[in-house]
Design a protein around this ligand. Sequence first.
Ligand code: ATP
Ligand code: MG
Length: 174
Amino acid sequence: MQFRRLKLSGFKSFVEPAELRIEPGLTGVVGPNGCGKSNLLEAIRWVMGESSPKSLRGGGMEDVIFAGTATRPARDFAEVVLSAQDANGEELEVVRRIERGAGSAYRINGRDARAKDVALTFADAATGAHSPALVSQGRIAAVIAARPAERRAMLEEAAGIAGLHVRRKDAEQR
Ligand code: ATP
Ligand code: MG
């Protein structure tokens, strides 16, 4: 899977709609402290289904919505759109939106989707919200300090077999 484009609106410090093209190859994000580099990475994890506000440096999920500054009012929603090309070369567009008091909603290629559908979409591509391909600040230390079971989960995700576990869990619940 290749990420192509990221669109953000009202997500954390990205109050104005912003669009980034992601070119093939290695992408670097540079800028002064506090300019929003980590927020960008978190936006990618969030649209891929991250469900833990803590791992997005928030107390609750609504903390991803632009909270306002001295000169700008807060927003009442945040939306992130991730466009990608999947392993079969098909276009994929995933949208996650959160509104204050209304929780998160997802769309996959224009259709309403469940968080589980989004998790499955990305689990197979080894690019899930907890993918070791996304190394956030402090995560290197976490890998080193991980318990064996956690490290195994990281390796399984990296090896592309994590999707099988998601499928099995899904099947067991039916
Ligand atoms: P560093 O180089 O220090 O790691 P960074 O470029 O990774 O910095 P981020 O941590 O992405 O910076 O951005 C931090 C900024 O985002 C802070 O100014 C913080 O106030 C702002 N921010 C985070 N959440 C929100 C929010 N919900 N509303 C408004 N601003 C926010
Ligand atoms: Mg940072």
